[in-house]
Every structure is written in structure tokens, then in C-alpha cells.
Write a protein that binds this ligand. Structure first.
Ligand SMILES: Nc1nc2c(c(=O)[nH]1)N[C@H]1C(S)=C(S)[C@@H](COP(=O)(O)O)O[C@H]1N2
Ligand SMILES: [Mo]
Length: 410
């Protein structure tokens, strides 16, 4: 067929426009009532803070099994139910090691101290007076997708498996303004951020990053950041493992060495195959997944679908995403959204004709530095069997002849 661009039914991007198979001719629909209730009676009143339609049934999946009790938990973004590239605040993923503190911004302070000319202390309202910047960035937990490193594929949704990634428009004060004001010493190489939560999460940020694009973030998609995201303020280190973006930020200590805290030694250190371990492996590497069709969905008809998904890289923008419908035998290039968005999520799309046969859908992203997303086998092979952080292998979804979509390892 001349529209075909790769095996398994991948089609040229213009094909979708020609296809009307997904719609149903009006004459075939059940005859409508003369008028639905909402056309006759006035609807509900307005409200102070909006919420989505109950029909949309949007939920973050709660991930249990954290060994340190119920307060140390996470919830994952339902990637399969969203489109576009921004995660609504109510659905941003959450990860916290000791629950979500309820911080009064009138009491909270941020202190900058250590190897600086002067120790500074900021109240929330002081920081609000500083010049701010706004950027769209992804945030990904380095434990995201760890279930795909296990020996058997779990039959879960895209969000359950890979939803510890989200993206928002973050607004805050560039950290370099505050460090300049404090005056960092000539030997200062690291900035140690500490959270005000009971976990006291503490991470060391290399000075070159701290002076580059790190924010003390105060707004998320336009509103004050949510308590779960670090209200009243958090560190935001773009492109890096989520753990270093310290929430509920209360102090920044400037010093010559990294701090080698609990959170960067006993955890968030990567055990390699050869017995060595990698510390401060902060950048999240190039990754993508198909979000539709994806795990637990069911295709109800044969015909043309749009395959759509997300790609991102901590090294910059996404340059290319290839999609396969035959388990990696052949690939075709997907269409990317048109705007250049380094360190954010990029949406990709490609039309696909499903002929009712077993198919395996995959995506493979390439970033602007030329890094290529590895296969599952290659991604796992870097780390020891005990390691599970920074997994970025290709996600495979099998579509059965009955149209059921499930996670598989190929
Ligand atoms: N103070 C503090 N900061 C923290 C954490 C925490 O438990 N306490 N969790 C970290 C981890 S592991 C991740 S992945 C991100 C999650 O950010 P989010 O909950 O806004 O998605 O916050 C990081 N910052
Ligand atoms: Mo994390």
C-alpha cells in the first residue's frame, strides 16, 4: 500500500486525515431523545476552584510497597489519559519520603549559608519580590519505570509503569541571583539543598548547574506550587533526577565538596554491572513511550489509529522519535510537535492501520546530542541486578488479535 511507511501498518502522517473510519455515520447512531436534560434545565453553579468532569475519571495511580511506611509513597501521572505535554497540577506525579508537610509560608524561611560573604535569609514574601523566570520542564523520578527492570512484564497501564514523569510550567527565582547576592567563595563547588520535611531530604548540586538554570520554584502552571510539589518553594534542577529537586526547600549550604548525604549514598547511587557504583549521575537520559494505545486499553475495531506518545531527555531537546509496529523490525519517523522545547516533554504522533493481527508497538527517541534510547536489554545491562534507577529502555506494548494491549518484554 502506498501510504505505508514501515511494517505492521505504520502510515504516512497525512493518512489520518483521509480516514473517517473512526467516526460513525449519523444515521447509524441510536435516535437521540428530543432533548437531553442538560438542554432543558439550568446546569450547576460556578465554583471557587474548578474540577474536571467526573466522566473523565482522572486518577493518579497510587504506588505502594515503599518499605518505610505509608507516608513514604508516590503517585503516578495517568499518562494514558492525557494528551498534549503539560501535566495538570492535580495529576503531577508525587514522590515523598516522609509525607507532605503543611507549611505556613508566613513562618517558612530559606537560608543561604556556608562559604558565602554573607548569610542570607528569605521569607516567602521576600522571594516573591525577586525577578522570576518561567520555563516548561519535565520532572522524572530516577526510579520511574523500574518495574520494567524486573524479570516478568507486569500487565499495567502506561501511567502505572512509567508515570513518575510529569511536565509543568515552572516559575521561580533563578538560583544564581541569590548566590550572587550571598557572594560565593572562590573554592565553592557545591550547593547543598535541604528540605523542611520530616525526611530532611538533602542533596548536593554541582555549582555549575546551580549557576546555570536551577530555579527556586514558587509557581507551577501558574498557581502557587502544590504542597505535594514543595509549597512554598522547591529547588528545581532541570533535566535531572527528581530527587535533587529538593521540595520544601529551607536551606542552601555553599561548600567546596559534595555532602555525601544519606539521600545520595544509600540511595540515588547507581550500582553498575562491574561492581562499581556511579554517584551524582544526575541527568535523566533520553526516553520515550507510546501512551496510546498502551497497557490495559482495548482496541474495539480494526482500522486506523493515531499512535501517540511522549519523549524527553535531560540532555536537551528531542530531535527525532521513531515508532515500530512490528516489535522493532522496522521503524518510521513520527511527527513531533513543532515548538523547540529542551528539557520538556515532546509529543509525537503517527498514524497506524491495525489489521487485527498481533502487533508490538514501540518508540525510540533520539535527542539533540545524538543520544539514542536503548533497548530494554541494553538499558538493563548497564546496571547490576540490584540497580533499578535511570532505566530508559524501549517500552513495548503488544496488541493481541482481540485488541487487548499489554506490557511485554521483547
Ligand atoms: N524535601 C524533599 N524533597 C524531595 C523529596 C522528598 O521526599 N523530600 N522527594 C524527591 C523525589 S525522590 C522526587 S522524584 C521528587 C518528586 O517531586 P514531585 O513530588 O513534585 O513530583 O522530589 C524530590 N524532592
Ligand atoms: Mo525520586
Amino acid at each position: 500500500m502506498k501510504d505505508q511507511v514501515a511494517g505492521g501498518g505504520l502510515l504516512h502522517r497525512r493518512s489520518l486525515l483521509k480516514v473517517t473510519g473512526a467516526g460513525v455515520a449519523a444515521s447509524l447512531l441510536a435516535p437521540a431523545k428530543a432533548a437531553e436534560d442538560w438542554m432543558i434545565h439550568a446546569g450547576a453553579r460556578q465554583n471557587e476552584y474548578g474540577h474536571p468532569s467526573a466522566f473523565a475519571n482522572l486518577k493518579r495511580e497510587q504506588i505502594g510497597g515503599h518499605p518505610f511506611g505509608a507516608e513514604a509513597g508516590s503517585s503516578s501521572t495517568p499518562l494514558q489519559d492525557l494528551n498534549g505535554t503539560i501535566t495538570p497540577n492535580s495529576l503531577h506525579f508525587e514522590r515523598h519520603h516522609s509525607g507532605i508537610p503543611d507549611i505556613d509560608p508566613g513562618i517558612h524561611k530559606l537560608t543561604i549559608y556556608g562559604d558565602v560573604k554573607r548569610t542570607l535569609q528569605f521569607r516567602y514574601e521576600d522571594l516573591l519580590a525577586y525577578p522570576m523566570e518561567t520555563h516548561v520542564y519535565f520532572l522524572e523520578c530516577s526510579g520511574n519505570s523500574f518495574r520494567n527492570t524486573l524479570s516478568k512484564p507486569l500487565d499495567l497501564t502506561a501511567g502505572s509503569l512509567n508515570g513518575l514523569v510529569s511536565a509543568a510550567e515552572w516559575t521561580g527565582v533563578p538560583l544564581h541571583y541569590l548566590l550572587d547576592e550571598a557572594g560565593i567563595g572562590p573554592d565553592a563547588r557545591w550547593v547543598i539543598g535541604e528540605g523542611a520535611d520530616a525526611a530532611g531530604l538533602t542533596r548536593s548540586v554541582p555549582m555549575d548547574m546551580a549557576l546555570d538554570n536551577v530555579l527556586v520554584a514558587m509557581f507551577q502552571n501558574g498557581e502557587p506550587i502544590r504542597p505535594a510539589q514543595g509549597y512554598p518553594m522547591r529547588l528545581f534542577v532541570p533535566g535531572c533526577e527528581g530527587n535533587i529537586s529538593v521540595k520544601w526547600l529551607q536551606s542552601l549550604k555553599v561548600q567546596r565538596t559534595a555532602a555525601y548525604t544519606r539521600d545520595e549514598t544509600s540511595k540515588y547511587t547507581d550500582l553498575l554491572k562491574d561492581g562499581n557504583s556511579e554517584m551524582f549521575s544526575l541527568k535523566m537520559e533520553v526516553k520515550s513511550l507510546v501512551t496510546s494505545p498502551s497497557g490495559k486499553m482495548k482496541l474495539k475495531r480494526k482500522g486506523v489509529y493515531e499512535i501517540s506518545g511522549l519523549a524527553w531527555s535531560g540532555e536537551g531537546a528531542i530531535k527525532r522519535v521513531e515508532v515500530s509496529a512490528d516489535g522493532g523490525k522496522s521503524w518510521a519517523e513520527a511527527v513531533l510537535q513543532s515548538d523547540y522545547r529542551p528539557l520538556a516533554l515532546t509529543r509525537f504522533r503517527i498514524p497506524w492501520r491495525w489489521n487485527g493481527q498481533k502487533s508490538v508497538l514501540q518508540s525510540r527517541a533520539v535527542d539533540e546530542k545524538g543520544n539514542i534510547q536503548p533497548t530494554r536489554a541494553a538499558a538493563i545491562n548497564r546496571y547490576s541486578a540490584a540497580g533499578f534507577y535511570h532505566y530508559n529502555g524501549i517500552q513495548s506494548w503488544e496488541v493481541s488479535p482481540q485488541g487487548e494491549v499489554r506490557n511485554v518484554f521483547v
